[in-house]
Design a protein around this ligand. Sequence first.
Ligand code: FES
Length: 171
Amino acid sequence: MSEKREISRRTFLNYALMGTGGFLAAGMITPMIRFAVDPLLKHSAGGDKVAVGSIDEFGAEPKRVEFKVHTKDGWYESESVLAAWVTKNDKGEVTALSPVCKHLGCTVDWNKGEHENEYFCPCHMGRYKIDGAHVLGTPPTKSLDLYETEVKDGKLYLGKIKPNPLPGVTG
Ligand code: FES
């Protein structure tokens, strides 16, 4: 015996409103959480430099790396996972960009969908060029932060996060 269940228009509207509300709440809460942990990320990147791979792995195309840093704040010790987008030009100069959007702190991605050859932030359509310069007319007003870099014994090390002085560019 099959039981047919139907939902009323009111129930359907309730589900639709709950779904929309949840989606909007997630969009607002994510940047708030990033704001709350941002000082931790900055602090934890301020210690010794961390090896993220062989320098030969990197080239003109941005490559994402993740690395762990140990944080000690009074009695509290923790490990955080940070990420960077790394490029190396033909002179061997390395750039390591923070993926944290300078608008409200969402995470940018490289070369996603129709956003070819740029970093794109899906939260409010923020855009950045390959060197991290923010695209004028999109929400971010600063360029993506940079990590200090060092190459030693064939390995790339990343250190503190510092502001990227590049001005905005037209897209
Ligand atoms: S957080 Fe708003 S554009 Fe990235």
